[in-house]
Design a binder for this molecule. Structure first.
Ligand SMILES: NC(=O)c1ccc[n+]([C@@H]2O[C@H](COP(=O)([O-])OP(=O)(O)OC[C@H]3O[C@@H](n4cnc5c(N)ncnc54)[C@H](O)[C@@H]3O)[C@@H](O)[C@H]2O)c1
Ligand SMILES: O=C(O)CC[C@@H](O)C(=O)O
Length: 525
């Protein structure tokens, strides 16, 4: 039974779903990285929010880990390249807390417009400073939206409901989507110049880090009010403080900080500055949503192989998974076969699906071929890290889809380009389940690729099979199955034998020395 650790505070629904789906679960929160390292080796899955930092060190200790599930959107607390290199799937729940976070941004916009936190503190201190707190209306003001994805678009919708004009900067926003959202797509400088309020809703990337830098803050309208419910690091905090002190910036509300938890900051105590401790996603509704989603996704993956919302692997629904399973077994075997047989550096690989296979999601088939190919050189490779390793090695990967049926109702063909030319193998599924090789380097040969095998290329001549049988028999190697294919009578023939014992290098050399043999090598599946 797979075992999951929930290492951050999460709604109890998550643990309940894991148990209902046949996944054992431990809830152990508040561990130091050292403590987590000591226990993580026992778990197949790790469910987190933002407190647990899934570093390379933790991943190195996580010898059984298959999946990290983030109950939330941002995955900046997970070292995704390190997870991918270890073959660990990383999933998030991209929609469960979007409404809640958008509402928090709107709440902070109101808080700034009417100085609610300061007015509250002053009133409760018995000051009744009615003249001190003069606010501004939101109606007819311009809201500048930086990032118009899930949360940004909900913020835009709510802001339009408040009769604000919304201008949006997002390089990936299409003109059609902008019209649909009722926002005006603008460039960043235009947004900075026109917005009365600016709200940020992008991930933190190399392009968005300090998107509100000192230089860009200087381009804003005097009195601008700024809200950040996305990620610390999008705003230069020192420049923000200077802008608030000079009065150029009329107010700022941060839910997120460069360093979290933000126990101290030069911004604290600045007039017109409002802060919350990364509460964007903190509503009961959102926390129930993300807890249910993350547990369902992780359980699907651990129990049936379904992949949803993975950041380092193609999606595969729980319905698709059983249909694709035999194809993935076939694809892995074909990848392994070309990996074992093709010598020298490979420059490209083409994965072609034909007939019934062309109706399926091809990405997992490609991932399985690459995993089979790469595993020949390293047994830590799986479908998650294989595409990354292939890229790292400069292997060009092509996917071809051919809906027309050929000789077989379904076929997967793998062709690699080597220094010696193209090498192609193809396989089908017998009865839609059993993987079978049907073509090897242009020669029709039918074989089950399993266990220990011996691959031989020889000149098709009488007497060879007898000599081969004698050689194997004398070495105490029993033949299980025997598959023969040839280009033409008397031409080149291919023999694939399954044998009950591993073929030693010495025995392979003995076979190579038989008259007429061009190649003989041991294979293993
Ligand atoms: N405060 C919280 O508790 C909380 C809760 C949920 C999400 N978040 C954060 O909110 C942010 C937005 O989440 P989302 O679900 O809307 O993400 P999303 O992926 O749906 O949207 C992000 C948008 O940013 C845009 N973008 C990317 N690079 C950009 C750039 N250089 N300039 C302008 N736009 C750019 C993308 O095109 C996309 O439309 C994320 O950083 C997420 O981690 C915070
Ligand atoms: O889990 C949280 O409280 C914060 C989540 C938020 O930052 C997110 O990116 O989803």
């Amino acid at each position: 039974m797979p075992k999951v650790l929930i290492s951050d505070k999460m709604d109890p629904k998550a643990a309940q779903i894991f148990r209902e789906r046949g996944v054992e679960v431990d809830e152990i929160t508040g561990k130091t990285p050292e403590e987590l390292k000591a226990i993580i080796g026992q778990y197949d899955g790790l469910a987190i929010r933002s407190s647990t930092k899934v570093t390379k060190e933790i991943l190195d200790a996580a010898t059984n880990l298959k999946v990290v599930g983030r109950a939330g959107i941002g995955v900046d607390n997970v070292d995704i390249p390190a997870a991918s290199a270890r073959g660990v799937v990383v999933m998030n729940t991209p929609f469960g807390n979007s409404i809640t976070t958008a509402e928090h941004a709107i709440a902070l916009m109101f808080a700034l417009a009417r100085q609610l936190p300061e007015a509250d503190a002053s009133t409760q201190a018995g000051k009744w400073e009615k003249n001190r707190f003069m606010g501004v209306e939101l109606t007819a003001k311009t809201l500048g939206l930086i990032g118009a994805g899930n949360i940004g678009s909900i913020v835009a919708d709510r802001a339009r409901g408040l009769k604000m004009k919304v201008v949006a900067f997002d390089p990936f926003l299409t003109p059609e989507r902008a019209i649909e959202m009722g926002v005006e797509k603008v460039d960043l400088d235009t947004l900075l110049a026109r917005a009365d309020f600016i709200t940020l809703h992008t991930p933190l990337t190399d392009q968005t880090r300090n998107i509100l830098s000192a230089e860009n803050l200087a381009k804003t309208k005097k009195g601008v009010r700024i809200i950040n419910c996305a990620r610390g690091g999008l705003i230069d905090e020192a420049a923000l403080k200077a802008g608030l002190d000079s009065g150029h910036i009329g107010g700022a509300a941060l839910d997120v900080f460069v360093t979290e938890p933000a126990k101290e900051s030069p911004l604290f105590g600045t007039p017109n500055f409002v802060s919350t401790p990364h509460l964007g996603a903190s509503t009961t509704e959102a926390q129930v949503n993300v807890a249910i989603q993350v547990a369902e996704q992780m359980a699907d993956f651990l129990v049936s192989g379904g992949v949803t919302n993975a950041l380092n692997m193609p999606s595969l629904s729980a319905e698709e998974a059983p249909k694709l399973k035999p194809y993935m077994a076939l694809a892995e075997k074909l990848g392994s076969l070309v990996g074992q047989l093709a010598h020298g550096a490979l420059s490209s690989i083409s994965i072609e699906v034909e007939g019934a296979a062309a109706e399926l999601n091809q990405k997992p088939i490609t991932g399985a071929v690459l995993a089979g190919l790469m595993r020949v050189h390293s047994d830590t490779v799986n479908m998650v890290n294989a595409p990354f390793l292939a890229k790292e090695r400069g292997l060009e990967v092509r996917e071809v889809r051919n809906e027309r049926e050929g000789d077989y109702h379904t076929l997967v063909r793998v062709t690699v380009r080597t220094e010696a030319g193209d090498r192609s193998v193809a396989g089908t599924l017998f009865g839609n389940q059993a993987p079978r090789l049907v073509e090897l380097f242009g020669i029709k040969v039918e074989a089950d690729l399993a266990g220990h095998m011996l691959y031989i290329v020889n000149e098709d001549a009488p007497g060879f099979i007898g000599r081969l049988g004698t050689t194997l028999g004398e070495a105490g190697v029993n033949i299980g199955t025997f598959h023969l294919g040839r280009r033409n009578a008397g031409g080149e023939a291919i023999l694939l034998l399954s044998v009950d014992e591993p073929v030693t290098p010495e025995l392979a050399a003995q076979v190579r020395a038989l008259p007429g043999v061009r190649t003989a090598m041991a294979l293993a599946f």
